[in-house]
Design a protein around this ligand. Structure first.
Ligand code: CA
Length: 164
């Protein structure tokens, strides 16, 4: 007689160590500064939990313009993990994302990451980055999005999630 397999499905949060599984509620604990948005694709879409391919996104109103997103935390934050997603199905272009943090109320920023991603309608159309870091006392997080390192198009971001 065969014994039944005892199984349970683990969600993503359970696979993470306890120390990094707390997701920061960015909309409740920070003010989001942004350089621009289109009414149909506001900055709110980055934090609405509708992520992944086909998810809602924020978009710049103008082609080939670098945009800035500045997260101003109400209280200094510990950040151990950051996930962001970008989707681009129409254009062949390279988008650069620069990530910087400040621990002194936005006076000085230090660079955490500069990354380029090549989008191609016939190839990669979705970028998901899952970054580990060890930051504390963060007052501001700044993202600079350059949509046209190669090719042309509008700056876009589907999601940005932070974990303590
Ligand atoms: Ca979204």
């Amino acid at each position: 007689m065969m014994t039944q397999v005892r199984k349970r499905l683990l969600d993503d949060a359970r696979l993470l160590p306890a120390s990094i599984k707390a997701e920061l509620n960015v909309t409740a604990g920070a003010t989001i500064g942004y350089s621009s948005e289109v009414p149909e694709h506001p900055i709110d879409n980055v934090f609405d939990g509708r992520d992944g391919p086909g998810g809602t996104y924020w978009e710049s109103p103008q082609e080939n313009r670098a945009e800035v997103l500045l997260i101003e935390f109400d209280q200094p934050q510990k950040i151990s993990r950051l996930i962001f997603e970008v989707e681009e199905r129409q254009s062949e272009r390279t988008q650069e994302i620069r990530l910087e943090a400040s621990c002194d109320s936005g006076i000085q920023f230090h660079q955490l990451l500069v990354q380029e991603f090549v989008f191609s309608p016939a190839g990669a159309t979705f970028q998901r980055e899952d970054l580990r870091m060890s930051l504390s006392g963060v007052s501001h997080l700044r993202l600079t999005i350059v949509p046209n390192k190669n090719g042309s198009g509008r700056a876009r971001l589907t999601s940005l999630r932070l974990f303590t």
